[in-house]
Design a protein around this ligand. Sequence first.
Ligand SMILES: CC(C)(COP(=O)(O)OP(=O)(O)OC[C@H]1O[C@@H](n2cnc3c(N)ncnc32)[C@H](O)[C@@H]1OP(=O)(O)O)[C@@H](O)C(=O)NCCC(=O)NCCS
Length: 137
Amino acid sequence: MITYIDSTEGIRAEQLRGFFVDWGWKDPPPPEKHLELLKRSDHVVLAIDEESSRAVGFITAISDGVLSSYIPLLEVLRPYQGRGIGKELVRRMLEKLQGLYMIDLCCDPGLERFYSQFGMMRVSGMVLRNYERQSGA
Ligand SMILES: CC(C)(COP(=O)(O)OP(=O)(O)OC[C@H]1O[C@@H](n2cnc3c(N)ncnc32)[C@H](O)[C@@H]1OP(=O)(O)O)[C@@H](O)C(=O)NCCC(=O)NCCS
Protein backbone atom coordinates (compact mmCIF):
# COMPACT_ATOMS: atom_id res chain seq x y z
CA MET A 1 0.00 0.00 0.00
CA ILE A 2 1.19 3.51 -0.81
CA THR A 3 0.84 6.30 1.74
CA TYR A 4 1.54 9.97 1.14
CA ILE A 5 3.34 12.23 3.60
CA ASP A 6 4.15 15.93 3.37
CA SER A 7 7.07 16.06 5.77
CA THR A 8 10.57 14.61 5.92
CA GLU A 9 10.34 14.03 9.65
CA GLY A 10 11.72 10.60 10.44
CA ILE A 11 12.81 9.99 6.83
CA ARG A 12 16.28 8.50 6.46
CA ALA A 13 18.57 8.70 3.42
CA GLU A 14 18.45 4.88 2.98
CA GLN A 15 14.75 5.18 2.17
CA LEU A 16 15.58 7.34 -0.85
CA ARG A 17 17.62 4.96 -2.96
CA GLY A 18 17.07 4.65 -6.72
CA PHE A 19 15.94 8.12 -7.65
CA PHE A 20 17.34 10.26 -10.51
CA VAL A 21 19.16 7.33 -12.18
CA ASP A 22 16.34 5.99 -14.40
CA TRP A 23 15.46 9.56 -15.20
CA GLY A 24 18.82 9.87 -16.99
CA TRP A 25 20.83 12.05 -14.62
CA LYS A 26 24.52 11.39 -15.33
CA ASP A 27 25.77 12.59 -11.94
CA PRO A 28 22.78 12.15 -9.63
CA PRO A 29 22.70 13.46 -6.07
CA PRO A 30 23.31 10.65 -3.55
CA PRO A 31 20.48 9.81 -1.11
CA GLU A 32 22.00 12.08 1.57
CA LYS A 33 21.85 15.08 -0.81
CA HIS A 34 18.36 14.01 -1.87
CA LEU A 35 17.27 14.13 1.76
CA GLU A 36 18.90 17.54 2.17
CA LEU A 37 17.07 19.02 -0.83
CA LEU A 38 13.78 17.60 0.43
CA LYS A 39 14.33 19.19 3.84
CA ARG A 40 15.24 22.55 2.30
CA SER A 41 12.25 22.68 -0.05
CA ASP A 42 9.26 24.77 1.00
CA HIS A 43 6.87 21.93 0.24
CA VAL A 44 7.35 18.23 -0.29
CA VAL A 45 5.13 15.22 -0.80
CA LEU A 46 6.52 11.70 -0.61
CA ALA A 47 4.89 8.42 -1.66
CA ILE A 48 5.94 5.64 0.69
CA ASP A 49 5.56 1.91 0.05
CA GLU A 50 4.32 0.71 3.43
CA GLU A 51 5.67 -2.78 2.90
CA SER A 52 9.31 -1.79 2.33
CA SER A 53 9.21 1.67 4.00
CA ARG A 54 10.93 2.97 0.87
CA ALA A 55 10.04 6.24 -0.78
CA VAL A 56 8.84 5.37 -4.28
CA GLY A 57 7.90 8.86 -5.44
CA PHE A 58 8.42 12.47 -4.49
CA ILE A 59 7.64 16.02 -5.55
CA THR A 60 9.14 19.28 -4.31
CA ALA A 61 8.21 22.96 -4.54
CA ILE A 62 9.96 26.18 -3.66
CA SER A 63 7.96 29.34 -3.18
CA ASP A 64 8.03 32.96 -2.03
CA GLY A 65 4.70 32.29 -0.33
CA VAL A 66 3.18 35.43 -1.87
CA LEU A 67 2.79 35.06 -5.63
CA SER A 68 5.02 32.41 -7.05
CA SER A 69 6.16 28.85 -6.78
CA TYR A 70 8.26 26.45 -8.79
CA ILE A 71 8.14 22.68 -8.91
CA PRO A 72 11.72 21.57 -9.63
CA LEU A 73 11.45 17.81 -9.12
CA LEU A 74 8.90 15.03 -9.55
CA GLU A 75 9.75 11.37 -9.87
CA VAL A 76 8.14 8.00 -9.37
CA LEU A 77 10.47 4.97 -9.36
CA ARG A 78 10.05 2.98 -12.55
CA PRO A 79 8.50 -0.20 -11.04
CA TYR A 80 5.83 2.01 -9.44
CA GLN A 81 5.00 4.12 -12.51
CA GLY A 82 1.62 3.88 -14.20
CA ARG A 83 -0.31 3.37 -10.96
CA GLY A 84 -1.51 6.92 -10.44
CA ILE A 85 1.24 7.85 -7.96
CA GLY A 86 2.65 10.71 -10.05
CA LYS A 87 -0.81 12.13 -10.55
CA GLU A 88 -1.53 11.96 -6.82
CA LEU A 89 1.78 13.65 -5.95
CA VAL A 90 1.01 16.54 -8.34
CA ARG A 91 -2.59 16.78 -7.10
CA ARG A 92 -1.45 17.04 -3.48
CA MET A 93 1.25 19.59 -4.31
CA LEU A 94 -1.15 21.78 -6.30
CA GLU A 95 -3.50 21.72 -3.32
CA LYS A 96 -0.69 23.12 -1.16
CA LEU A 97 0.09 25.84 -3.71
CA GLN A 98 -3.47 26.72 -4.63
CA GLY A 99 -3.50 30.25 -3.15
CA LEU A 100 -0.60 31.40 -5.32
CA TYR A 101 -0.69 33.24 -8.65
CA MET A 102 2.18 31.38 -10.35
CA ILE A 103 2.86 27.66 -10.26
CA ASP A 104 5.62 26.91 -12.75
CA LEU A 105 7.68 23.95 -13.85
CA CYS A 106 9.80 22.86 -16.81
CA CYS A 107 9.29 19.55 -18.58
CA ASP A 108 10.16 17.68 -21.75
CA PRO A 109 7.59 17.93 -24.57
CA GLY A 110 6.58 14.29 -23.90
CA LEU A 111 5.20 15.27 -20.49
CA GLU A 112 3.02 18.18 -21.61
CA ARG A 113 0.00 15.90 -21.80
CA PHE A 114 0.63 14.64 -18.25
CA TYR A 115 0.73 18.18 -16.83
CA SER A 116 -2.10 19.55 -18.96
CA GLN A 117 -4.52 17.26 -17.10
CA PHE A 118 -4.04 19.61 -14.12
CA GLY A 119 -4.91 22.69 -16.17
CA MET A 120 -1.28 23.65 -16.75
CA MET A 121 -0.46 25.38 -20.04
CA ARG A 122 2.58 25.35 -22.26
CA VAL A 123 4.83 28.42 -22.29
CA SER A 124 8.40 28.87 -23.44
CA GLY A 125 11.16 29.05 -20.85
CA MET A 126 14.88 29.58 -20.45
CA VAL A 127 17.10 27.61 -18.13
CA LEU A 128 20.75 27.46 -17.15
CA ARG A 129 22.31 24.16 -16.07
CA ASN A 130 25.69 23.87 -14.32
CA TYR A 131 26.18 20.19 -15.05
CA GLU A 132 29.31 19.99 -12.89
CA ARG A 133 27.02 20.78 -9.92
CA GLN A 134 24.36 18.15 -10.76
CA SER A 135 25.13 15.89 -7.79
CA GLY A 136 24.87 18.80 -5.36
CA ALA A 137 28.45 18.12 -4.19
C1 LIG B 1 6.22 11.57 -15.02
C2 LIG B 1 6.01 10.60 -13.89
C3 LIG B 1 6.23 11.28 -12.55
C4 LIG B 1 4.55 10.07 -13.95
O1 LIG B 1 4.33 9.27 -12.82
P1 LIG B 1 3.35 8.01 -12.86
O2 LIG B 1 3.12 7.59 -11.46
O3 LIG B 1 3.89 6.98 -13.78
O4 LIG B 1 2.06 8.66 -13.52
P2 LIG B 1 0.56 8.25 -13.24
O5 LIG B 1 0.46 6.76 -13.14
O6 LIG B 1 0.05 9.02 -12.09
O7 LIG B 1 -0.13 8.75 -14.57
C5 LIG B 1 -1.21 9.63 -14.50
C6 LIG B 1 -1.69 9.90 -15.89
O8 LIG B 1 -0.69 10.55 -16.66
C7 LIG B 1 -0.36 9.80 -17.80
N1 LIG B 1 1.09 9.81 -17.96
C8 LIG B 1 2.01 9.31 -17.11
N2 LIG B 1 3.26 9.52 -17.59
C9 LIG B 1 3.09 10.15 -18.76
C10 LIG B 1 3.99 10.62 -19.72
N3 LIG B 1 5.32 10.48 -19.60
N4 LIG B 1 3.47 11.25 -20.80
C11 LIG B 1 2.15 11.39 -20.94
N5 LIG B 1 1.24 10.96 -20.06
C12 LIG B 1 1.71 10.35 -18.99
C13 LIG B 1 -0.84 8.39 -17.52
O9 LIG B 1 -1.15 7.72 -18.72
C14 LIG B 1 -2.06 8.63 -16.66
O10 LIG B 1 -3.17 8.96 -17.45
P3 LIG B 1 -4.65 8.49 -17.02
O11 LIG B 1 -4.92 9.15 -15.68
O12 LIG B 1 -5.49 9.00 -18.12
O13 LIG B 1 -4.57 7.00 -16.90
C15 LIG B 1 6.96 9.36 -14.02
O14 LIG B 1 6.80 8.81 -15.31
C16 LIG B 1 8.42 9.67 -13.79
O15 LIG B 1 8.89 9.68 -12.66
N6 LIG B 1 9.18 9.91 -14.87
C17 LIG B 1 10.63 10.16 -14.77
C18 LIG B 1 10.93 11.50 -14.12
C19 LIG B 1 10.29 12.67 -14.83
O16 LIG B 1 10.22 12.73 -16.06
N7 LIG B 1 9.78 13.59 -14.02
C20 LIG B 1 9.12 14.78 -14.49
C21 LIG B 1 10.04 15.93 -14.50
S1 LIG B 1 9.27 17.37 -15.18
